[in-house]
Ligand binder design. Structure first.
Ligand SMILES: [Zn+2]
Ligand SMILES: [Zn+2]
Length: 484
C-alpha cells in the first residue's frame, strides 16, 4: 500500500513533494491526499482574517509590546535556553518583596546586557537562590549597586561574596557601589567594613581554597547629594544616581544607559520631583509602590494599621503616585516591584496605577519575572525557576588560552590546631571493605595551577567557557555595528 501511494504521488506532484509525503506517512500515519491549492484571494482572506494589517492594535495593546522572535516561548522563560542577543537588555527580578517568605525573596534585580556585562541592582536576602535557579554562576556577578542600606536590599551580599569567591570568583573582585551617609558611619563603605568583620572567620576558613582576588572587595561609595553623578562608565555602560526621600539620608535611585536603551530602579522612597528629570523618557522605569489597602493588608500581613500607614507615608510611594510619576516620565514600560504578590493587592494596584498612567505596565513580581528589551520591542514573561536547580559551572574568561587556579592562601595546618585533625576517624573504619577513594586532604599543587586550554577536559572547557563564548560572539556583532 505504501508503494502504491509513492507511485501515485510521484506521478502527480513530483519527486520532492512525494518524498515529503512518504516521510509524513511513515512518521505520522496518513497525510491527506494532495489537492488543488486555494486561490490567492481565499488564502489571504483566511490568513489575515481578524488581523487585517498584520499585527492589529487591539483593545489595550501597545505598540512595541510584543515578544522578540528569538524567545523560545512567549509565555515563559526557561533558564539557560536563550542567550542574550547583542542588542538586547535582559532584566530579571531575583527578589521582589520587602517581607521575605518562601515564594518571594527580598528585592534584587539582575540586568544582563548584550555586551556580556551583568549587574545587580540591590541584592536582598535570599536572592542568590534565584540567581542560581536562573542559571547564572555566582562568579558572573561582579558589580552590585545598592540603593540604600535597609537589609531587605543588601542581605544577600555576604553570601554572594563568600560563595561567589569559592565558586570561581578568583580573577575579578566584587565591587559594591552605594551611597554615602549623612555621616561616615552610615555610608556603604562602613557597611562593607562591618561585613568584612562579620565574615572574618568565614574568609579565613575559605582561604584553604583558591581565592585569588576574591577577598579584595572594592567599594565605590558616592556622595548621595551629588544628583546626576555618574558612578560607572565602562564599555558604553553608564550608571547615574540621585537621592530619594526614604526617611533617612543616603537612599538613591539608579539609571543605567547602554546602547540607546535605559533601565531605572528607583529603590524605595516617597514620590519626588527629583526623580523626574533623571527618569524622563527612560525605556524601563521600575519603582516600588504601596496600595491604599492598609486595613486589609494589616489583617492579612499582621502589620498594625497605624504602623503600616506611618511606614508608607514616611518611606514609600503610593500606587497612585507611581502612576502619576510614570505619566510625567513616559517610559516605554512602567514596572512595580517591592510588593507582596497577593491577589487582593494586585487588582487594587492596577486600578490605582491606572488613575494616571495609561501606558504599558507590568508587575516586577513575583520572583523570576523576565523582561526582554530591544530598541523596538519589550516583552515580559514569567520565568520558570526550579526549586532544586543545579548550579551553573563557574564562568571564566578564556581569552588568555588558560585556566588559572590561584594557590590557596592557607593550608589547614595554618588555621587549625592539630588535635581535632588527629582525632579524625581513620577512613578505613567507615569505608566499606575493598573501597577506599583516593582522598585529597592537601591541595595538590604548590603554586598557581595553570592549565592550557588544550589540556583542559572538553566538558570543563565547554561548561566553564559558555558565557565567555557568547560574550565574544556578541561583542563581534556590536563592534561591526559600531564600524558601520
Ligand atoms: Zn525595601
Ligand atoms: Zn527601604
Amino acid at each position: 500500500m505504501l508503494q502504491d501511494r509513492w507511485k501515485k504521488s510521484a506521478k502527480s506532484i513530483g519527486a520532492l513533494a512525494a518524498a515529503a509525503t512518504f516521510l509524513a506517512t511513515s512518521a505520522f500515519g496518513e497525510a491527506p491526499p494532495v489537492q488543488e491549492p486555494s486561490s490567492q484571494e481565499d488564502i489571504k482572506a483566511a490568513l489575515t482574517g481578524g488581523v487585517p494589517m498584520g499585527r492589529w492594535k487591539e483593545g489595550l495593546t501597545f505598540e512595541g509590546i510584543s515578544p522578540q522572535p528569538w524567545l523560545q516561548s512567549a509565555a515563559n522563560w526557561f533558564p539557560r535556553t536563550e542567550d542574550v542577543q547583542p542588542n538586547e537588555m535582559r532584566i530579571i527580578f531575583m527578589g521582589s518583596a520587602p517581607f521575605i517568605r518562601p515564594g518571594q525573596m527580598n528585592t534584587a534585580i539582575l540586568v544582563e546586557l548584550g555586551n556580556g556585562k551583568i549587574f545587580m541592582f540591590d541584592i536582598g536576602e535570599g536572592s542568590p537562590a534565584n540567581i542560581i535557579a536562573s542559571g547564572y554562576a555566582l562568579n558572573e556577578i561582579t558589580d552590585v549597586f545598592i540603593t540604600h542600606l535597609h537589609v531587605d536590599h543588601f542581605g544577600g551580599l555576604p553570601y554572594l561574596w563568600m560563595f561567589g569567591t569559592w565558586a570561581g570568583g578568583w580573577h575579578e573582585q566584587l565591587t559594591v557601589h552605594g551611597p554615602s551617609g549623612r555621616t561616615k558611619e552610615y555610608g556603604t563603605a562602613t557597611m562593607v567594613e562591618g561585613m568584612k568583620m562579620m565574615t572574618g572567620w568565614h574568609r579565613d576558613a575559605f582561604s584553604v581554597f583558591p581565592v585569588g582576588k576574591g577577598w579584595d572587595i572594592e567599594v565605590n561609595e558616592f556622595d548621595f547629594r551629588d544628583n546626576g553623578g555618574v558612578i560607572y562608565d565602562e564599555d558604553g555602560v553608564k550608571v547615574t544616581h540621585w537621592q530619594r526621600s526614604h526617611a533617612k539620608d543616603g537612599a538613591s535611585g539608579y539609571r543605567m544607559d547602554w546602547n540607546g536603551m535605559c533601565f531605572i530602579w528607583t529603590g524605595d522612597g516617597r514620590p519626588n520631583m527629583i526623580d523626574i528629570p533623571f527618569a524622563k523618557g527612560c525605556d524601563v522605569f521600575v519603582t516600588e509602590q504601596q496600595q491604599e489597602i492598609i486595613e486589609i493588608s494589616s489583617g492579612v500581613q499582621g502589620v498594625p494599621p497605624f504602623l503600616g500607614r506611618y511606614t508608607v507615608d514616611t518611606h514609600h510611594t503610593p500606587s497612585y503616585a507611581a502612576g502619576y510619576i510614570a505619566n510625567l516620565v513616559q517610559p516605554r514600560l512602567l514596572m512595580n516591584t517591592h510588593m507582596s504578590y497577593d491577589p487582593y493587592q494586585i487588582e487594587e494596584t492596577v486600578a490605582e496605577i491606572r488613575e494616571h498612567w495609561k501606558g504599558p505596565y507590568h508587575f516586577g513580581a513575583p520572583d523570576g519575572i523576565v523582561v526582554n528589551v530591544t530598541k523596538d520591542q519589550i516583552w515580559v514573561r514569567e520565568g520558570i525557576l526550579p526549586d532544586y536547580p543545579n548550579s551553573r559551572a563557574p564562568q571564566f574568561d578564556f581569552s588568555n588560552g588558560q585556566l588559572i587556579v590561584p594557590k590557596p592562601p592557607h593550608r589547614r595546618e595554618d588555621i587549625q590546631e592539630p588535635y581535632v585533625r588527629d582525632m579524625e576517624i581513620d577512613p578505613k573504619l567507615y569505608y566499606p571493605e575493598g573501597y577506599h577513594p583516593e582522598l585529597l586532604t592537601e591541595w595538590p599543587v604548590d603554586d598557581d595551577l595553570v592549565v592550557p586550554l588544550d589540556a583542559l577536559p572538553e566538558n570543563l572547557k565547554e561548561s566553564m567557557g559558555a558565557a565567555w563564548r557568547n560574550r565574544e560572539a556578541n561583542r563581534k556583532v556590536l563592534e561591526e555595528q559600531g564600524d558601520n
